[in-house]
Design a protein around this ligand. Sequence first.
Ligand code: ZN
Length: 438
Amino acid sequence: MSIISEISLSERYWLKNAHIPLCLLDDSHFSPDTREGLCRVDLEIAQGKISSIVLSGSNVIENPFIDLKGGIIFPGFVDIHTHLDKSHIWERSPNLDGTFDTAITALKRDTQVFWRPEDVYARMEFSLKCSYAHGTTAIRTHLDSCGRKADLVFEVFKRLQTQWQGKIILQAVCLVSLDYFLTDKGVILADKVAEYGGILGGVAYMNPYLDKQLNQVFTLAKERDLSLDFHVDENNDPNSVCLYKVAEVALKHEFPNQIICGHCCSLAVQPQEIVNQTMKLVKQANIGVVSLPMCNLYLQDRASDRTPYWRGITKVHEFKNQGIPVTFASDNCRDPFFGFGDHDGLEVFKESVRIAHLDTPYSDWCSGVTKIPGILMGLSSIGRISVGLNADLILFKARYFSELLSRSQSNRIVLRRGKPINTNLPDYAELDNLVLVN
Ligand SMILES: [Zn+2]
């Protein structure tokens, strides 16, 4: 009998000889038995929950059990920064020179010409199907919210959030440039975000009114008890210090809720003294950082007829060394900002490891696509493996990180509440009713 059919039938069973990263196990009694920090443990699953975790060889295993022979188990992925509303528009709105400016222009046109509720719904739903099959349990998506688009995207988001309840936890952040909040429309948008239980957010650009814009955003968020999530410094301009500004205003406002800043690329090209000042404030303001390595590698340092040499990602090692929470996420998927992607947390981790050298050592970096984003999203019961939590797990054949990050792991088994789900990815033909090619 295959593993899948065996555990499909059982309400109680053991997963024997699993390798689990120590950082994803809450129990401090365990110690790693590989130099990569993997612990060899047996897990008991009962009625959809993890009912016990013991060191392998403890001799308490009862039938039925499945011997994973050292295969790695991860908790479900947590994708903290995505743009599901833009996803899968590449064929009709490609980015033919690969630059940031062309991406903005192509997206603007796409929203004007093609965005209808059924179009946005189908693409977002397709994205969720991919994410679910790969093993993701929670997603935060930014939603383009300028003008009347806000009504459309938030309404579609709400439908999907309800329909996917129990499968993927969905959070929404509004996305506009911060000057929008100095207009009456910005106040209406903040009210809408509050009405939908979302997060207030936007793109910060260096400009003479940035302080005023940030003060207004923080005031609107405080008045409505909202968390904040910004796009900052997605460029290679050393003078781009939006992250510093966000932290400064956050401290001035004594902002009580979670703040997240994504990208933070320009830190990589700033003098160390400036970076140190920024990191000090970021830590004081309790800001979580999201790095989007795949999108940054794609857009940053792009110019025709010249080989790129800058990776574009922020100083993730330095943030981590300062005790600042660092996470990694998908960002865009098959749209003008990133022409590839499939909403796979493993791909995000794999690319992050390779691009940012997270393998020397692996340390607890895998918590950046699982546990830490869960905490930053206020979802402390996901993204980790602990007794009493739902058995939402991903079972890999790979036994070590090198094996895990060398193949696509398309044969992974995804358990939701202890039962294997169908991990077949949706057929691209499901999108054929939409305008796909322009
Ligand atoms: Zn983004």
